[in-house]
Design a protein around this ligand. Structure first.
Ligand SMILES: [Zn+2]
Length: 284
């Protein structure tokens, strides 16, 4: 994937956070390097994603407090563990103190039904939490949800807009637009293949096209993982994925039993190429 040009240039770094607009900051967390975000208003601050467990969440709160002492509201970009397992910590009035945790309704439903299924993924970073022990061991779904209609959050003098562009990386991807920046969650990946497990590949291509159409509003894109980019990277990702979906769809149709023959000609590593084929089959 190509490096972005203009939006990459000379960003201010504040207490280890990269400032991406007048009110918005981002930084990667340790472990899976998920990019979290903070949007600072006059009355409250918005935290985008909560980390992979309560210990990481506690460290994250310390990092947030280097930027702002304002009360927090939280949003989850999607249901995957490295973005939501800190929810219980942030929801605790004695800890993060967030009164609201926003997410897409499909993400909330997935966390309630399947959130436990990813707990062992974090064993190295969060051994206690992985064993469902210690404080804030609960896997908490968003407490406030949206569907297809966007939701504005007034932070005092600055408004963040939560919106859904259809199914993609998951069926509950939420984006956060503020100033000239959009936090895209894992709908956009920089420096790595898109993660197709659990995804809706055909819809994902469409969602990337819709995102790209917002380039005048949001020329700066914070991906779920990797460097801050411009919409040119979203365009590259969409073109590559569109091509991959076409090739893999043909392979699935022509070789009902062994479409994995297409793995070497797909523009991704073998693991994600296989996941793409699996998901094309599963999602019809
Ligand atoms: Zn993800």
């Amino acid at each position: 994937m190509t490096e972005s040009s203009a939006p990459q240039a000379q960003r201010e770094v504040v207490h280890g956070w990269t400032r991406v607009s007048e009110h918005a900051y981002t930084r990667p967390l340790e472990g899976w390097k998920a990019n979290v975000g903070v949007v600072v208003g006059k009355q409250r601050a918005l935290l985008v994603d909560t980390g992979a467990g309560p210990e990481q969440a506690q460290r994250l709160l310390g990092l947030v407090r280097n930027l702002t002492d304002l009360p927090l509201v939280v949003v989850n970009t999607h249901a995957h563990f490295d973005h939501v397992y800190g929810n219980a910590f942030f929801a605790d009035s004695e800890a993060g103190g967030a009164q609201e945790i926003w997410g897409h309704e499909a993400a909330a439903a997935w966390i309630r039904e399947h959130g436990e299924s990813q707990r062992t993924e974090v064993a190295d970073l969060e051994p206690q939490f992985a064993s469902a022990e210690g404080s804030h061991a609960q896997i908490l779904a968003p407490t406030r949800t949206i569907g297809s209609a966007p939701q504005d959050l007034d932070l005092g003098g600055v408004t963040a807009t939560l919106f859904h562009l259809g199914r993609g990386h998951t069926d509950g991807d939420l984006l956060v637009g503020v100033d000239n920046v959009v936090f895209a969650g894992d709908l956009v990946e920089q420096g790595a293949d898109p993660a197709f497990e659990g995804s809706w590949p055909r819809d994902w291509v469409t969602a990337l096209r819709k995102l790209s159409a917002l380039r005048d509003l949001y020329p700066v894109v914070v991906p779920g993982h990797g460097e801050v980019v411009g919409m040119d990277v979203v365009d590259d990702m969409r073109a590559t994925m569109g091509q991959a979906v076409r090739v893999a769809t043909t392979a699935v149709q022509q070789a009902a039993t062994d479409a994995t023959k297409a793995v070497p000609i797909l523009p991704y590593g073998p693991e994600q190429a296989r996941a793409l084929i699996r998901r094309l089959r599963a999602t019809g």
